[in-house]
Design a protein around this ligand. Structure first.
Ligand SMILES: [Zn+2]
Length: 154
């Protein structure tokens, strides 16, 4: 991949965060290669043209290359495992949510029933009390009259 433009392209190197300019005059971006030949080796990448030239001039030695490739495999395996775990977690979360919804609606129904029972009971109690009062005072009219008389005497 490295080409003969390497030396001319590096003339565009500046102190800002962008890499040196590509031959197309676009700033390049420092990128890490994870190819079999150059694991972990940094290069300047152009959005349009890809590889421009190496940042790390020297290639890695065989043992470094081997351990880096092993690390790459490990990372890829772990990525797959994380993906599988995330999927399992999403599924579990979905089941929990479904459970919570059913439990929730169950308790809402129970709450409504108990409120209904309470209200019904209260109404029945009130009706009983009214009936008792009516019996005690011989009707609402008598009670009103009694009250009226009481206040007028005052
Ligand atoms: Zn370019």
């Amino acid at each position: 991949m490295p080409n003969s433009r390497t030396s001319s392209a590096s003339i565009g190197s500046t102190t800002n965060n962008d890499g040196p300019l590509c031959h197309c005059a676009k700033p390049t971006v420092l990128t890490i290669a994870w190819t079999d030949d150059n694991p972990g080796r940094r290069f300047y990448n152009c959005d349009d043209h890809g590889f421009v030239f190496w940042h790390d001039k020297e290639r890695s030695c065989p043992w470094q290359k081997r351990s880096l490739l092993e690390a790459r495999e490990k990372i890829l395996t772990q990525k797959e495992e994380i993906k599988a775990l995330a999927a399992a977690l999403r599924q579990a979360n979905g089941q929990i949510t479904a459970l919570e919804v059913s439990r929730c609606s169950g308790s809402v129904n129970e709450t409504l029933k108990s409120i209904e029972a309470h209200v019904t009971g209260h109404i029945t109690e009130t009706q009983k009390m009214v009936r008792k009062l009516v019996l005690y005072y011989g009707g609402g009219f008598a009670m009103a009259t009694a009250l009226l008389v009481y206040y007028m005497k005052k």
